[in-house]
Design a protein around this ligand. Structure first.
Ligand SMILES: N[C@@H](CCC(=O)N[C@@H](CS)C(=O)NCC(=O)O)C(=O)O
Length: 231
């Protein structure tokens, strides 16, 4: 019996996944938008993908919101799967491509714990600080508030730096935890906070030196550059 062709069966091999991103990234192509970790994981997997570039208006419109509950980027579409939340997307890529996650169940759980740590424990104070810088710089309370926000970031970095010590990566091999943690630590570049810990600055630099990271960075920068030149 010759099996009849089922268009859905190997769809992901025929149609590369699509990643919805900003048509013009608000960070100016510095690789700080949440699609960066996803692009990085896709490059680590050697999986090609296409991008769907959208405006802020489209981001908040009904069509995008029917696929992404919060009207955000990134949105990842593969076959019949619509996936939101950068961490969930990176985990999906790691699982389907059998990369960035150890085989051992306990070791795998540890890597996933680092993904959660990146997106909650580390990200919360880092994003709060960035938002104050972006949106409250003209406010009367800004000068008084910023040192407190810096201190909350430092509080986490001190512990994280002590934990990381001289390890190359978080859990032995480079993994999905490193992708998520490095992606959020990069938000501190340009401030003194990261440089206060030589091991953290070196850890981020090690991540950025990976060929897959570089390809992901170049791709998002090229998109931004094209959008700026076209306007
Ligand atoms: N927790 C989400 C955060 C996504 C997120 O904040 N995306 C930003 C761009 S980097 C966005 O779409 N902002 C517009 C908005 O939230 O309204 C994830 O990791 O995917």
């Amino acid at each position: 019996v010759i099996a009849s062709y089922q268009p859905d069966e190997h769809y992901s091999f025929i149609m590369p996944p699509t990643l919805t991103v900003f048509e013009r990234a608000p960070d100016g192509g510095r690789g700080l938008t949440r699609d960066m970790a996803v692009r990085w994981a896709l490059e680590e997997a050697g999986q090609s993908y296409s991008t769907h570039q959208i405006s802020f208006q489209y981001l908040k419109g009904p069509q995008h919101k029917s696929a992404h509950p919060f009207g955000q980027i990134p949105l990842y579409q593969e076959n019949k799967l619509n996936l939101f939340e950068s961490g969930a997307i990176v985990l999906h890529i790691a699982e389907t491509h059998k990369i960035l996650l150890p085989d051992d169940a306990n070791a795998r759980s540890r890597v996933i714990a680092w993904m959660f740590a990146a997106l909650s424990t580390l990200e919360a104070p880092i994003v709060e600080r960035s938002n104050a810088y972006r949106f409250e710089r003209e406010e009367s309370w800004y000068e008084a508030r910023m040192p407190r926000l810096n201190e909350r970031v430092r509080y986490r970095l001190r512990d994280f730096s002590a934990y990381l010590g001289e390890k190359e990566w978080l859990e032995g091999e480079f993994g999905a935890g490193d992708v998520m943690v490095i992606a959020i630590l990069r938000w501190l570049k340009g401030s003194e906070l990261l440089e206060e810990h030589a091991n953290l600055a070196a850890y981020v630099a090690r991540g950025e030196a990976r060929p897959a990271y570089k390809r992901a960075f170049e791709a998002q920068l090229a998109l931004f550059t094209k959008a700026s030149q076209g306007a």
